[in-house]
Design a protein around this ligand. Structure first.
Ligand code: GDG
Length: 508
């Protein structure tokens, strides 16, 4: 792959499964129309890319057919967007298959059984090659390329082979499993070798980084030392790959500003009114995914109503379950289970004009989400396994009134940081019930005490700081060019904290 001439190409390139936009039909002249799309990764990286002159390589979300060419690169929101095409068969094999039917369950504690299909793996390799080639094409000489997430684990090594001049980072948004589970993967060596093409491999929690380094030792006989390993290239040259935790966060200031805005406050009051002004509004917001523990949550809620510990007339569980991966069988089955459960609880405890569970299988705008956060007395995050969980942080950021209580699964990355949440093991239904009751009866004074501490954490550790920490660890010469350093108006504790992170300590 030829290196572009000096002055050409982009200095910061993000490579992610999805572009931060969706195809939304065409303009009258036939050119494609794009709409911004919500989602964890987009929410996290948009502010960073907007402040950089960057390029973003990703899939548009729609199948490309032989007749319809893949769209040309275009500029949007201050960055260059470079679409990568996937055929219908590749969506089935690479995306729904290997990414979401093999890796997703394998990396989330095998909550459902992963499927291993050689044809899916072949699609995964082919599509990773396409992403790597697209990134190699747009990256300037010596550029920083930041590859995102489990769908693209082979890209770092492919990119390094094509463009050894690049600085390559990889960030895994989901957990990295213990070796005993990872070892099931028939292609475990290839995946590790793919990741080791990066200079820096980032994870949500120190435990994920340790799992990765342990897998390198067990599977590739590499010896981890000081949060990294030395790898030897075919030509005998040595290179160091670092692995450490960079817990992702949210655009805290933007979330708080939205929550403070008059229309959002008014809407929050309106939501409570529409719910019948109950004493207690309990909220859940998740993609409809089996990792999120939605069923565990509804079971605990239903039992609390059965036991008379929550009053059906005065309590509402508002559950937003955003549609997700609807063509994957496990997700169809999950939806049926959850909807059956909701129907049962409402059948047993509802009355005319009042449902105890308000279940919403829709996607909402950011304003509406902020209003729901403010309308909720209790936020329930009961994931069985979750890399971070941004919803928990969004709830905290939107509670400028210092009210509300957060029930948070100990199996989220967020639990490492939010020590003042009520921590739960969602498998322990009695424990979960006790936590919900504790949250419902919590005094305003206690809510304020806990909120203040959690709000400080989320205020100081926002997504800008996450990106800054990752990029400047990858390339120290970028300090000063990437916004979000802790020295910029947020106090000067970043150096110490990050040193702690690199040593594998957690941040409670
Ligand atoms: C993965 C990891 C990790 C959801 N519904 C709507 C909507 N959302 C937004 C939320 C939040 C984001 O999507 C979801 O992020 P989470 O972190 O909660 O979960 P995943 O989607 O599973 O994300 C996770 C994350 O990557 C980032 O690294 O934290 O562990 O699994 O921001 O608010 N946003 C809008 N309408 C919706 O209906 N506008």
């Amino acid at each position: 792959m030829p290196v572009p001439p000096a002055g050409e190409g982009y200095d910061v390139v993000v490579v992610a499964n999805r572009l931060p936009v969706d195809r939304d039909g065409s303009h009258p002249d036939g050119s494609p129309r794009w709409r911004r799309s919500p989602g964890g990764l987009v929410t996290a990286l948009e502010p960073v890319m907007q402040s950089q002159d960057g390029a973003w390589v990703g899939w548009s979300g729609a199948p490309s057919t032989a007749e319809e060419e893949v769209s040309e690169p275009f500029d949007e929101g201050g960055m260059r967007l470079v679409p990568v095409g996937l055929s219908g068969d590749e969506i089935t094999g690479f995306y729904e298959g290997f990414s979401n039917g093999t890796l997703w369950p394998l990396y989330h504690d095998v909550i459902v059984a992963p499927e291993y299909h050689r044809t899916w793996w072949e699609d995964y390799v082919r599509v990773n090659e396409r992403f790597a080639a697209a990134a190699a094409d747009v990256a300037a000489q010596g550029a920083v390329v930041w590859v995102q997430d489990y769908q693209l684990q082979l890209v770092p090594a492919m990119l390094r082979a094509a463009r050894p001049d690049l600085s390559i980072g990889f960030f895994n948004h989901i957990p990295f499993p213990p070796y005993e589970i990872f070892a099931q993967l028939p292609w475990r060596r290839q995946v590790l070798e793919g990741l080791l093409g990066a200079d820096l491999v980032g994870f949500q929690r120190p435990a994920d980084a340790q799992n990765f380094l342990r897998a390198c030792r067990r599977s590739l006989k590499l010896v981890p030392r000081h949060q990294g390993v030395e790898v030897t290239a075919a030509d005998g040259s040595q290179r160091r790959v670092r692995a450490s935790a960079f817990p992702i966060s949210i655009d805290t200031a933007a979330m708080e500003a939205l929550a403070r805005s008059e229309p959002v406050r008014a809407r929050a009051a309106e939501i409570r009114e529409h719910l019948g002004n109950p004493d207690t509004v309990i909220l859940g917001v998740d993609r409809l995914d089996y990792t999120k523990g939605i069923g565990h949550r509804i079971k605990a809620f239903a039992e609390l109503l059965d036991d008379g510990l929550l009053a059906a007339d005065d309590t509402v569980l508002l559950q937003v379950a955003t549609p997700s991966r609807e063509r994957v069988e496990q997700y169809r089955l999950l939806r049926e289970d959850i909807e059956l459960q909701v129907g049962r609880v409402n059948g047993a405890h509802g009355r005319i004009g009042h449902s105890v569970v308000q279940y919403l299988h829709h996607s909402y705008g950011r304003e509406e989400m902020a209003a729901m956060f403010q309308a909720a007395d209790v936020m329930l995050v009961t994931s069985l396994r979750d890399g971070m969980n941004l919803v928990a942080k969004e709830y905290i950021a939107s509670r400028h009134d210092e009210r509300g209580a957060l029930v948070l699964s100990e199996f989220t990355g967020a639990a490492d940081e939010l020590g003042q949440a009520i921590h739960v093991n969602p498998h322990d239904i009695d424990g979960l019930k006790a936590a919900v009751v504790q949250a419902v009866v919590m005094s305003p004074r206690e809510q304020r005490r806990r909120m203040r501490s959690m709000r400080r954490r989320v205020g100081e550790h926002d997504v800008q700081r996450w990106a800054h920490d990752f990029l400047t660890t990858l390339r120290p010469d970028l300090a000063g060019q990437v916004p979000g350093g802790a020295d910029e108006a947020r106090g000067d504790d970043a150096e110490d904290e990050h040193a702690g992170q690199a040593r594998g300590e957690d941040h409670r």
